[in-house]
Design a protein around this ligand. Structure first.
Ligand SMILES: [Zn+2]
Length: 136
């Protein structure tokens, strides 16, 4: 788990990215900052679309950005919303692909941390690679 200073730095980066969220329909801005085990940070924001299902969440945007840069091992992700909302089911599944032990820090847009948990705690009894590798 991250120490307090590292967690606060990651929260600051997510709060900084928050202004870039594109949420003209829901007006519910979300930003995320994903820390790799190699020490790099990738941010993401929600990007809505007039065709609503085309919307992508901040968490998945951050994961896609990191994986595109060759990173697959993650330490923690901060998710920032106005009311300290938690990641949706789709994002929990996408994060689980890269490890149930990834720390998930829930913060608000003022930078206050409301909860620190893990992907595994957010997605119990998850489906993953091991299921596909199992015999019969
Ligand atoms: Zn999501």
């Amino acid at each position: 788990m991250l120490n307090k200073e590292a967690a606060e730095k990651l929260v600051d980066q997510a709060v900084e990215a928050h202004k870039n969220a594109y949420a003209p329909y829901s007006n519910y801005k979300v930003s995320a900052a994903l820390l790799t085990k190699s020490g790099k940070t990738f941010t993401g924001v929600n990007v809505e679309n007039a065709v609503y299902p085309m919307t992508i969440c901040a968490e998945r945007a951050a994961v896609v950005s990191a994986v595109s840069a060759g990173e697959r091992e993650f330490e923690a992700i901060v998710v920032v919303t106005r009311d300290a909302g938690t990641p949706c089911g789709s994002c929990r599944q996408v994060l689980a692909e890269f490890g149930l032990d990834i720390a998930v820090i829930i913060a608000d847009d003022k930078g206050k941390i409301h909860d620190t948990t893990t992907v595994g705690d957010l997605l119990p009894h998850s489906f993953g690679q091991a299921n596909l590798d199992s015999e019969g």
